[in-house]
Design a protein. Structure first.
Lengths: 375, 269
């Protein structure tokens, strides 16, 4: 492909090897037992897999979003959930570069890049992900410390991370224009006031350990309050294109698996592939869609390498990726017939994961109005 | 500080074995369109080198003989963590059998430095002769061990374990020495992104025979190769199921008879 070079070929090979040897055996356990991916994610960090778009002064290897996308693709091939959890590392690591103090970068961000700790985001509340103004979690200053009380819902990796970034209100009213009154704090999950509630059973993305968390008089020093919280929230936008990368991997895997099945399934002396032009063409049409999507994704990543980080473009890719994956999974299940709907075949898992991906981070339906506002 | 060399070979990717054909005239593998990789046993030799360097400190030099494209596999060895790499690529060394290959590698090793330990994969994925490491030891006049399943070091030198009939045999090798490592010896570590991106900054030299110098042409390439491939062909096999009938001991007799080639045994189903 046009975006590959010698470095990226070696990187892709190493990502592929990791995905096959580590993620493949884990994927089924994450799906069936909601097993934790924590150790594998920390190992990836130690292997430098979270360094890619991070600047060298913060422990990174520089801004190559194409390599980052290759990483997500390879993880997404084996498990959409694992791809999603890999993506979250950068969703956080990227914006944290600009929202944190130097002290916070050294204490939290660099260790997260190096796989010493996992950082999570505890943002969402029952009031609604986009409705910060009605959030209940409060932080009150007490001397040189902040005391945090409240709770969060639908938190990814609720019981797996070392430090949460917690969105909390520090004033009775948030200023609509400046967002003053809304703050973000680093809260270690070792704090005695921190606890984990129910882990949800979801349609897909099993193994992401989505659940509720509670803060009961958690105390953090002033130095744990992010100096530029808006930079964090605004910074999530461009990272959303990673959803498209992991989806690409999942789609390619499903198409390969289905082609292999059709070629090896013999009926009356002929393979389904040879016997049914319609089946071949159905799969070829999916491949064309995925190929076009691939070019869109890597075109976007090349733009990011050139310093253009467009949130609308990234959101559009994210919004397109879930439906594409759902379509590919649905068609592949149909082409494989009874085998396609069996859990162990693996395709139906992608079908359910696609639905969860359409809603994760933000629902595609909410994003549409963001685009409408640009018209 | 340990000075370690690792011999690697660029071989066809095993994932593409079904697509490899034999050239009926030259008896060589037709590799067009087949990607190359570092041989599996060689990767384990490199891992053994990385572990020795982790423990003792030092430097890892990778050497290889092959076509210019084998530079890519040496770059990968650097990405896996080796410090420098040398490839001898020259028509004069082409067409070599294992004896000529080991001679060429011994010259390349001598030119690039002195080493405490020379590691190699026990056998290549394509030729599978397992000749080269021992021949290398003979050319260099140093201790050598093949079929090694574990490598470690202490203050007196190198300790290796070989698989022997009915068990394992442990040896202490005087350095310098050549150790041929099997895939059982270790688990190859995952590559580190930082090492991959740093690989291009490391020394990687591609040399001709003249660059290496002091080589005797009668030991090199085709001229230095006493063995040449004979007839090479693919074995055709087919499935044939026979049902054996009778009592258990009658069936057992029939199986013995089939194995010893005296009878077709049973009825064809």
């Amino acid at each position: 492909m046009w975006y590959m070079n010698e470095d990226r070929e070696m990187l892709q090979k190493s990502f592929h090897e990791y995905a096959v040897k580590r993620v493949r055996p884990l994927a089924q356990k994450m799906e069936d037992e909601d097993a934790s991916s924590r150790e594998a994610l920390l190992e990836m960090g130690r292997l430098g897999m979270f360094t890619m778009p991070v600047p060298p002064e913060n422990g990174g290897t520089g801004p190559d979003y194409i390599s980052w996308s290759l990483l997500l693709e390879e993880m997404g091939r084996e498990s959409a959930t694992f791809g999603f959890l890999t993506l979250l590392r950068q969703v956080f690591n990227g914006p944290l570069q600009v929202s944190c103090s130097r002290e916070q970068i050294e204490k939290f961000v660099i260790p997260a890049v190096n796989g010493e700790i996992l950082i999570g985001l505890a943002g969402n509340e029952p009031a609604g992900g986009n409705n910060l103004f009605e959030y209940q979690t409060r932080a009150v200053k007490d001397g040189d410390e902040w005391v945090i009380n409240g709770g969060k819902v639908l938190v990814t990796q609720a019981d797996e991370v070392d430090v949460f970034m917690v969105i909390a209100l520090t004033k009775d009213q948030i200023d609509f224009r400046t967002m003053e009154g809304m703050d973000v704090f680093f809260v270690p999950t070792s704090d005695p006031g921190f606890s984990v509630g129910h882990i949800e059973h979801k349609v897909g993305l099993n193994g992401s350990r989505t659940g509720s968390v509670y803060f009961d008089n958690c105390r953090v020093p002033e130095s744990y309050r992010m100096p530029y919280p808006m930079a964090l929230l605004m910074g999530f936008g461009p990272e959303l294109s990673g959803y498209a990368s992991l989806t690409l991997g999942a789609c390619e895997k499903m198409i390969e698996q289905t082609a292999a099945y059709l070629k090896n399934r013999i009926q009356m002396g002929r393979s389904l592939w040879d016997a049914h032009q319609a089946a071949r063409h159905d799969l070829a049409k999916l491949k064309m869609e995925v190929l076009n999507f691939r070019n869109a994704v890597y075109g976007h990543m090349a733009n990011r390498n050139a310093g253009i980080h467009d949130s609308i473009e990234a959101g559009a890719l994210k919004a397109a990726s879930g439906p594409l994956m759902e379509k590919v999974a649905g068609e592949c299940m149909m082409l494989m017939g009874g085998t396609g709907v069996i859990h162990e075949t693996g395709i139906e898992m992608y079908y359910r994961d696609a639905k969860a991906l359409e809603i994760a981070c933000f629902s595609d339906k909410t994003f549409v109005d963001t685009v409408a506002a640009t018209l | 500080m340990m000075k370690i060399a690792v011999c690697v070979k660029s071989v066809p990717d095993p994932e593409y074995y079904e697509k490899i054909t034999l050239d009926p005239a030259t008896k060589r593998l037709v590799r067009d369109g087949i990607p190359a990789v570092i041989g599996e046993a060689d990767r384990h030799a490199l891992e053994a080198a990385l572990a020795l360097r982790d423990e003792n400190g030092g430097e890892i030099t990778v050497v290889s003989m092959g076509p210019p494209a084998a530079r890519r596999q040496l770059l990968e060895a650097l990405a896996m963590g080796a410090d420098r790499a040398f490839l001898i690529s020259d028509r004069k060394v082409g067409g070599a059998d294992t004896l000529a290959t080991s001679y060429t590698l011994s010259c390349l090793l001598a030119k690039t430095g002195t080493y405490d330990v020379i590691l190699a994969g026990n056998e290549s994925a394509d030729g599978s002769t397992a000749h080269v490491p021992s021949q290398l030891g003979v050319w260099m006049g140093i201790a050598h061990a093949a079929g090694v399943v574990s490598v470690s070091s202490d203050d007196k030198g190198l300790i290796v374990t070989k698989e022997a009939e009915g068990g394992l045999a442990k040896y202490r090798l005087r350095t310098p020495c050549v150790v041929a490592v099997t895939p059982k010896a270790n688990e190859v570590r995952f590559m580190d992104v930082r090492n991959i991106l740093a690989a291009k900054e490391k020394e990687l030299q591609v040399w001709s025979a003249a660059d290496v110098g002091n080589m005797d042409e009668s030991f090199m390439g085709l001229a230095g190769s006493p063995s040449q491939n004979g007839e090479v062909f693919a074995i055709e096999s087919s499935k044939n199921c026979r049902m054996l009938t009778g009592t258990e001991s009658e069936i057992a007799d029939q199986i013995v008879s089939i194995i010893s080639g005296n009878s077709k045994g049973g009825e064809e189903a």
